[in-house]
Write a protein that binds this ligand. Structure first.
Ligand SMILES: NC(=O)c1ccc[n+]([C@@H]2O[C@H](COP(=O)([O-])OP(=O)(O)OC[C@H]3O[C@@H](n4cnc5c(N)ncnc54)[C@H](O)[C@@H]3O)[C@@H](O)[C@H]2O)c1
Ligand SMILES: O=C/C=C/C=C(\O)C(=O)O
Length: 492
C-alpha cells in the first residue's frame, strides 16, 4: 500500500498532451485528494488556443492513421493495455488520490477495466466485418458492400466517477475505428488520463492521434472542444443537463453525439427473491463507489410481505460499511468527489427530512478523526416513507443513499419503477424468472440486471433512455458510433 501512496506523491504536475508532446499552460488549477483535502497535483488548463492546437494536430495525423489497418490498430490497443497492466500501481495511486475511492474498489473495478476496454475493442475491430448484398437487376445483378470509415477528429469528454474506466471506454473504440482524438477528463480527476498519455507516448502512437487537454466545461477546454468547427463528433458522459447544453451547442454543426447521462435507477425486490442475495446486491448497487456510479440504485421497491425485514437487513449492510483512509484495505466507503458535491448530497439529506422521510440510518457526516475530517465523507443513508413524487425520488442525488418503498402487485412495481424522467439501469430480484423476463421487457431502462448488478459484457449495448442518454456504446454499437458507414453499389 505504501508503494501505491508513494507513487501518487511523485506526480505533481498534470500537463496537456498535444501532437506527441506534454504541453504546459500559464493557467493551472489544483487537483485535491477528496479523502483529506491535500494537493495531489497542479493541472495545466488548456484554453481554446491549446484545444485548437490539439484539433489541428489530430487533423494532420488523420490521413495516415485512418489508412492503418484494423490489425495494426488492434496491435496498438493491445500494447496500450499491456502497459496499463504493467503500470497498474501508478494508475491505482493516481486514481485513488484523485477520487478517494478505496483501493479495494479501484484495484478491482477501475484499473482492470482500463486495460480490458482496450483489449475488448482490439478484438472487436479485428472481428468486425461489413455487409454485402447481391442485388438482382434487370441487367443481371449488382453487388452492394459496406465500408467502415472513421468519423475523423473525435471529441471525448468524461466524468469523475469512474475516471479511467469511462475515459478508456471511449478512447479505445475511437482509436480502433481509425479516429484521432481530442479528449478531456473531468477537472476533478486528471490523473489517470495523464498517465494514459504517458502510455500513448511509450507505445509510440503516432503524434497527433491522441491528444489530451485538461480543464473545465463552460469557458474552458470542454466548451472549446464542443464549439470547435473542426471536431467531427462528440462523445460525452456526464450530467443530463450538461448533455442538453452540449446538444444545443453542437446543433448547428449537425455532428454525431453519443451521450451517457444521469440516472435515478430502480431496484425491484420480490418476496420470492433469494433474500440474502437481494440484500447484498441492493446494498452493493446503492453504496458502491459511495453511490457515485451512474448505474447505482437510488430507488428500491420491495414487495410488502418482506418490506420490514428487508429494510432492517439493508440498514445493517449500510452500517457495516467502513468509511476511512482509501489506502487502507479494510476501508469500504470512500468520500464523495468534492466539497461541492458533498454539499449537494447533504442538501438532499436535508430535503428528505423536509419532504417527510424516515431516516432509517445515516443522514449526516461521520466523525473519522485526524486528516480524514478534512475529507468529503457522508454517512451511507437509507430513507423510507417518501411519496413517489418527492424530489428525493425524482432527482439524481449521486451519493450513498437509497429510498425503500413497499409495493403489492407487479403492475404497481413496474409503474413505480417507470415513474421517472430517467431510464438508465435497473435491477430485478426474483426467483420467478418468467416474471423477471416479463418485467425486464416492460421497465423503461437501457440496462436491466436480473438477480445481479453491474455485471458487464463489453459486447452488449450500453446506454440509457429518456434523460439518461442518447445512443448506445459497447460492442458493435461503439464501432458504429465511431464510424461513418458507407455503402458501395457495383453494377456487375
Ligand atoms: N450514463 C453513464 O454511463 C454515466 C457514467 C458516469 C457518470 N454519469 C453521470 O455523470 C454525472 C457525474 O459526472 P460529472 O459531475 O463529471 O458530470 P458533469 O456533466 O458535471 O461533467 C462531465 C464532464 O463534462 C465537462 N463539462 C461540463 N460542462 C460542460 C460544457 N458545457 N461543455 C463541455 N464540457 C462540459 C466536465 O468538465 C466534465 O469533464 C452524473 O449525473 C452521472 O449520472 C453517467
Ligand atoms: O458510472 C457509470 C458507469 C458506467 C459504466 C460503463 O460505461 C461500463 O461498465 O462500460
Amino acid at each position: 500500500m505504501l508503494a501505491v501512496f508513494r507513487s501518487a506523491q511523485l506526480i505533481s504536475e498534470y500537463r496537456n498532451y498535444i501532437n506527441g508532446r506534454f504541453v504546459e499552460s500559464p493557467n493551472t488549477f489544483e487537483d485535491l485528494n477528496p479523502a483529506n483535502g491535500e494537493l495531489v497535483a497542479r493541472v495545466h488548463e488548456a484554453d481554446a488556443a491549446l484545444v485548437d492546437q490539439a484539433v489541428r494536430a489530430g487533423r494532420a495525423a488523420l490521413p495516415a492513421w485512418r489508412n492503418t489497418s484494423a490489425e495494426q490498430r488492434a496491435q496498438y490497443l493491445e500494447r496500450i493495455a499491456a502497459v496499463i497492466e504493467r503500470r497498474a500501481d501508478d494508475f491505482l495511486a493516481a486514481e485513488v488520490a484523485d477520487t478517494g475511492k478505496p483501493v479495494s474498489v479501484a484495484s478491482r473495478v477501475d484499473i482492470p477495466r482500463g486495460a480490458a476496454n482496450f483489449r475488448a475493442f482490439a478484438a472487436m475491430i479485428r472481428m468486425s466485418g461489413g455487409e454485402v448484398y447481391e442485388t438482382p437487376t434487370p441487367e443481371g445483378r449488382a453487388l452492394n458492400y459496406s465500408l467502415r470509415q472513421p468519423l475523423g477528429v473525435v471529441g471525448i469528454i468524461s466524468p469523475w466517477n469512474l475516471p479511467l474506466l469511462l475515459f478508456t471506454w471511449k478512447v479505445a473504440p475511437a482509436l480502433a475505428c481509425g479516429n484521432v482524438i481530442v479528449a478531456k477528463p473531468s477537472e476533478e480527476t486528471p490523473g489517470t488520463a495523464t498517465l494514459l498519455a504517458e502510455v500513448m507516448d511509450e507505445v509510440g502512437l503516432p503524434e497527433g492521434v491522441f491528444n489530451l487537454v485538461h480543464g473545465f466545461g463552460p469557458g474552458s477546454a470542454g466548451a472549446a472542444i464542443v464549439d470547435h468547427p473542426d471536431v467531427d463528433g462528440i462523445t460525452f458522459t456526464g450530467e443530463s443537463k450538461t448533455g442538453a447544453t452540449i446538444m444545443r451547442n453542437v446543433a448547428d454543426k449537425v455532428r454525431p453525439v453519443s451521450f451517457e447521462l444521469g440516472g435515478k435507477n430502480a431496484a425491484l425486490v420480490f418476496a420470492d427473491a433469494d433474500f440474502d442475495k437481494a440484500v447484498a446486491g441492493v446494498a452493493r448497487s446503492s453504496f458502491l463507489n459511495t453511490g457515485q456510479v451512474c448505474l447505482c440504485t437510488e430507488r428500491v421497491y420491495v414487495e410488502r410481505p418482506i418490506f420490514d425485514r428487508f429494510v432492517a437487513a439493508l440498514a445493517e449492510q449500510a452500517r457495516a460499511l467502513r468509511p476511512g483512509d482509501p489506502l487502507d484495505p479494510e476501508t469500504t466507503l470512500g468520500p464523495l468527489i468534492s466539497r461541492q458535491h458533498r454539499d449537494k448530497v447533504l442538501s438532499y439529506y436535508a430535503l428528505a427530512r423536509e419532504e417527510g422521510a424516515t431516516v432509517v440510518t445515516g443522514g449526516g457526516v461521520p466523525a473519522l478523526g485526524g486528516k480524514l475530517d478534512q475529507g468529503c465523507y457522508v454517512e451511507p443513508t437509507i430513507w423510507t416513507g417518501l411519496d413517489q413524487s418527492a424530489r428525493c425520488l425524482q432527482e439524481e442525488v449521486f451519493g450513498p443513499v437509497c429510498h425503500v418503498m413497499p409495493f403489492d402487485t407487479e403492475e404497481q412495481a413496474i409503474a413505480l419503477a417507470n415513474d421517472s424522467r430517467y431510464g438508465l439501469a435497473s435491477a430485478i430480484w426474483t426467483t420467478h424468472l418468467d416474471r423477471g423476463h416479463r418485467l425486464a421487457a416492460r421497465i423503461d431502462a437501457g440496462l436491466v440486471w436480473l438477480n445481479t448488478w453491474f455485471l458487464r459484457d463489453l459486447r452488449t449495448p450500453f446506454g440509457g433512455m429518456k434523460l439518461s442518454g442518447l445512443g448506445r456504446e459497447g460492442g458493435r454499437h461503439s464501432l458504429d458510433f465511431y464510424s461513418e458507414l458507407k455503402n458501395v453499389c457495383v453494377q456487375m
